[in-house]
Design a protein around this ligand. Structure first.
Ligand SMILES: [Fe+2]
Length: 306
């Protein structure tokens, strides 16, 4: 993407951290336009009646004359970019959590259909990261690095994209978002040429994810243009033998050791939306603080196919 679209009411630019990431800041005039149509439904209606989410998405797209939907789809499907950050430009404008959930719902429903999130029992999941944690995955472990990974590794549904919204945070230092584009990764060729990466691995998940089956798939596959795609997370593959175990260790070390990892703060109210086949994501550890609190929302799903 050499040049960016202009859309009335939006401030669009390349991220300072990477030209592969597009910043989309929504100006007050658009937020104000959305307040009324967004009031039509409460969150329960969005959860129970999927069609209402499309009505929100249409309101958002209509506020841009149909330009936003086309633009964000082109970003996510373009191998050279594949990622954008979207949120309200004016930090002093009061925007409540319900509005942010609706905005995220609208954005995702311009891209495709969300997957059912088994952890939450809804089309999205809201969760806290706090000082204390006794969960069984890295998702809520504040003081541990969340290593680079893709989502949906242990489910049957296709996970083409994901959205992560930062709703609130207090007493937070550290915890930056980490991102790595496959084509920037120094070891892409050597790891994708390793035949073990194309073997089937077994992927399970801990109890809190509420997924009672396991799936099998390789770490690396190819898209329709022959470009490598990755489906990987450190915690969930169950290596069958020494060869698979050592491959995963090598992969993990080489991803975490990459100098091309992008580490960036995500402002409150903003979402990062990424293609889940060639972008990996993670989180840096937080600085210890007993009052630490962050609330996040995630939606993952597949692209519309028609
Ligand atoms: Fe994730």
């Amino acid at each position: 993407m050499d040049s960016l679209d202009t859309i009335q009411g939006f401030d669009i630019s390349f991220s300072d951290y990477s030209k592969r990431i597009i910043n989309i800041k929504i100006e007050d005039e658009i937020i104000d336009k959305l307040i009324f149509p967004f009031k039509k439904f409460d969150i329960t209606a969005l959860e129970y009646k999927p069609f209402t989410r499309f009505t929100l998405a249409k309101s958002l797209d209509d506020s841009t004359g149909g330009k936003l939907g086309k633009f964000i789809n082109s970003i996510l499907r373009d191998r050279d970019t594949g990622c954008f950050i979207i949120g309200p430009k004016n930090k002093s404008k009061k925007i409540d959590n319900n509005f942010l959930i609706k905005l995220s719902t609208a954005v995702t429903h311009l891209l495709g259909n969300p997957n059912f999130d088994s952890m939450a029992g809804k089309y999205y999941a809201r969760f806290h990261v706090k000082h204390e944690d006794n969960s069984d995955s890295y998702l809520r472990k504040a003081y541990t690095n969340m290593d680079l990974h893709t989502d949906g590794t242990y489910v049957k549904e296709k996970t083409d994209w994901l959205l992560m919204l930062k709703m609130e945070e207090e007493n937070v230092q550290g915890g930056e978002t980490a991102m790595l584009h496959l084509d920037d990764w120094e070891h892409l060729d050597s790891l994708t040429n390793d035949k073990v990466g194309k073997q089937n691995f077994i992927w399970g998940s801990p109890k809190s994810k509420n997924v009672d089956y396991k799936v099998e798939h390789p770490v690396f596959s190819e898209d329709e243009n022959g470009k490598p795609q990755i489906s990987y997370i450190d915690q969930f593959p169950e290596p069958k033998n020494m060869e698979q175990g050592l491959f995963l260790q090598k992969l993990s070390d080489s991803l975490e050791g990459s100098q091309k990892k992008i580490v960036m703060p995500l402002p409150v109210g903003f979402s990062v939306v990424a293609n889940n086949y060639f972008w990996l994501h993670g989180r840096k550890p937080f600085v210890e603080n007993k009052k630490l609190s962050r609330e996040l929302l995630r939606i993952r799903g597949s692209f519309f196919t028609n």
